[in-house]
Design a protein around this ligand. Structure first.
Ligand code: ATP
Length: 339
């Protein structure tokens, strides 16, 4: 099976070809980088409209070059389906990507597959790790969730009660005048920092970042060294995520954890999760960096699983959903859970 995936929920205009036979993934991305401030929805949509045709064209050319000679498929690129991210994300960006996907599927005369972006962040870790039934921690820009598969759906065991984890970090860096995205800069600065006290907010299986962000901004305004605040911010936020991930493993009696989302690029977060898992005899897996932040590779990989079980969409039913939650997705591509 060969699936062309398209991602464009916010900042990454991305296209990918996933070939299940050779298990190869070619990803082409073009990121929107704001001149100042954070992600502006209108500017992000303008970037999406400009960048999407080019990334798709590059991947299509690659698909044509690598098309099998036997010519079983009836298009030159030998693509079996077009998968696209239906949500969650910024409405104007999603609509551009969906329009591109519908047009491409119609031109190639292949089915359309609508992928939930959060479930794709999770499934890429499961696909790459080979874990059967892991708990997943999605630590991305606009979201933070703990998910487990039960009774045909990915259930949200715990989540942020306010902003996503990456967005929280980015709001802090915006306050101190650093350009977007702030996460990698905080990681760098934290290397020279020392701990200061910041609020730690975990309530049951849920957690909150807004109080800690205000406290971090105040700490810098009050004269604390930026490096110290960055260090404390990472230690506190990642400890919160690690605590809830551990509780999720414990409550479900699961011994596999996968990480998803752009904040998963942070080595300190991976180290904390790795240590926690090792201490309890669980296995931990984080995909390679290119598959952690938004990318069309994860859309193509989940798109292939959905296509193979016939989970496709008619154009009439292909509307986007900016608030598409992971637990709204009927998981058609997995056999029933063991529990
Ligand atoms: P979502 O996937 O929830 O829709 P998104 O598209 O913004 O949100 P991603 O692409 O998964 O999310 O992640 C982007 C976020 O990752 C940004 O907030 C960025 O600051 C953060 N990030 C990237 N690298 C690092 C890092 N090394 N440490 C911490 N955060 C990081």
């Amino acid at each position: 099976t060969r699936i062309l995936g398209i991602e464009g929920t916010a900042w990454a205009a991305s296209a990918a070809l996933f070939d299940t036979e050779s298990d190869t993934l070619r990803i082409e991305s073009d990121a929107y980088e704001p001149d100042s401030g954070g992600i502006h929805p209108r500017e992000a949509a303008e970037h999406m409209a400009e960048a999407i045709p080019q990334v798709i064209e590059t991947v299509l050319e690659h698909a044509i070059e690598t098309a099998p000679e036997d010519g079983t498929a009836d298009n030159r690129a030998a693509i079996d389906a077009v998968a696209f991210a239906r949500g969650p994300g910024l409405g104007p960006c999603l609509r551009i990507v969906a329009t591109a996907a519908r047009a491409l599927a119609a031109t190639l005369e292949v089915p359309l597959v609508g992928v939930n972006h959060m479930v794709a962040h999770l499934e890429i870790g499961r696909h790459e790790s080979g874990f059967e039934d892991p708990i997943c921690l999605n630590a991305s820009g606009a979201n933070a969730h703990l998910l487990a598969f039960r009774n045909g759906r990915y259930r949200v065991l715990g989540e942020t009660m306010d902003t996503g984890v990456g967005n929280a970090i980015d709001k802090f860096t915006r306050h101190i005048g650093w350009s977007h995205p702030g996460g990698p800069k905080v990681e760098q600065a934290a290397k020279d920092g020392e701990y200061i006290d910041l609020p730690y907010v975990v309530k049951g299986m849920d957690f909150s970042f807004s109080g800690i962000m205000s406290a971090a901004k105040d700490a810098v305004d009050d004269g604390h060294a930026v490096e110290d605040v960055c260090f404390a911010l990472q230690e506190t936020i990642f400890a919160m995520l690690t605590e809830v991930a551990e509780r999720a493993l414990s409550l479900t009696d699961c011994d596999e954890l996968v990480l998803g989302g752009g904040v998963g690029r942070n080595a300190r977060l991976r180290e904390m999760l790795e240590t926690m898992c090792a201490d309890r005899g669980a296995e931990f897996y984080a995909p390679e960096p290119r598959l952690l932040g938004d990318n069309a590779g994860m859309i193509a990989v989940l798109g292939a699983k959905m296509y193979e079980v016939g989970d496709t969409l008619s154009v009439e039913n292909s509307r986007v959903d900016p608030n598409f939650r992971p637990d709204q997705v009927p998981v058609t591509w997995r056999s029933p859970p063991t529990l």
